[in-house]
Design a protein around this ligand. Sequence first.
Ligand SMILES: [Zn+2]
Length: 297
Amino acid sequence: MYSLVVAASLASMASAMCNYGTSLNPRSEKRAEASFGYHELDGALNWHGLNELSAPCATGQNQSPINVIPSELTTVCGSSLQFDVEDAPEGLEFENLGTTVEVFAEGGSIVLGDATYNLAQFHFHTPSEHHINGEYFPAEVHFVFQTTGTCFSKLMMPSISPRWAAANTSLLIDNKTAVVGFPIEITGGLDTSPLLSSVLAFIGNIPNAGDITRTTALDFADLERTLSTADVYQYSGSLTTPPCSEEISWNVVATPLTIDLQTFKTVKSILKFNSRYTQNTPGEVNLLDNARNVLDG
Ligand SMILES: [Zn+2]
C-alpha cells in the first residue's frame, strides 16, 4: 500500500526533470509538464516542498551543482571515462520539457571504476550550473548515464513507509546514475562544437513545452576528442532538479565546448534561466538548512 503511494508520487513527478528519460523518471507518452520552475515561489528555494521525496533539496549535504575548486576534488584525465557514443545517422528526438530541452540518446557509455553506465539523454542549462574556480559559463550540457538495473524494484517491499522511502530514495533504485557535464563557452571563431551546432540548430523548432522535433544526423566525435585530453573533476553529488536525489557521480569537464553567439542567443531565448544556485561544499550543511538555523537564531 505504502509502496504504491510512493510509486504514484514518483510517477506524478515524471515531468520536466534533469532525470527525465532515465529509469529514475521514465519517459512517458504523456506530454512533459513542469512541476517546478526557476523563479519566485516555484524556484529552487522551495523545491523541497514539492513532495516528501524532494526533502534532500533542503537537507541533503551532497547537493549539486557546486562551485568546483579543482584542488579539492578528484581530477582524472577524461580519457579514463572511455566516453563512447555511437553516431546517430537518423538523428535523435529533441524535446522541450518546459524546464530544459533534452535529446533522447541511446548507444553510448562511460566507465567509472568497475561499472559501465549507459547514456539515456542529454539536456541543457543556461547559464551553467557548475562554476569552476568561481567562474560561470554561458551554458552547460549534461550527459546522463545509468547502470542497468531494476528501477523501483524495492518499492514492491510491502512494509516500506513513506518516511523511510523519503530518507532512502537512492536505496529504492538499483540503477546508479552518472552525469558528464561540459561547460559551454561562446566563440567568435569557427571552432564551434559540431555536435552542439547540429543539435541546437533545431531548438527553434521547439519553442514551447511539449514541442518535439528530430535532429539531422549526429556525430559525437568532437566530444570524445575534447574528453581525450581534458581534465575531469569528480565528486558525489545530486540531481540538480527535484527530488535532488544524491549519490550521483558527477564528472565536470574542465574544457568547455563552444557555440557561436547567434546560437547562444537563440538557446537563451527558448531555455530562459534554468540553473540551480551552487550548493555548499560536498559533505557540508545544506544551505537551506543553514539559513533556517540562522533565521531561528
Ligand atoms: Zn541538468
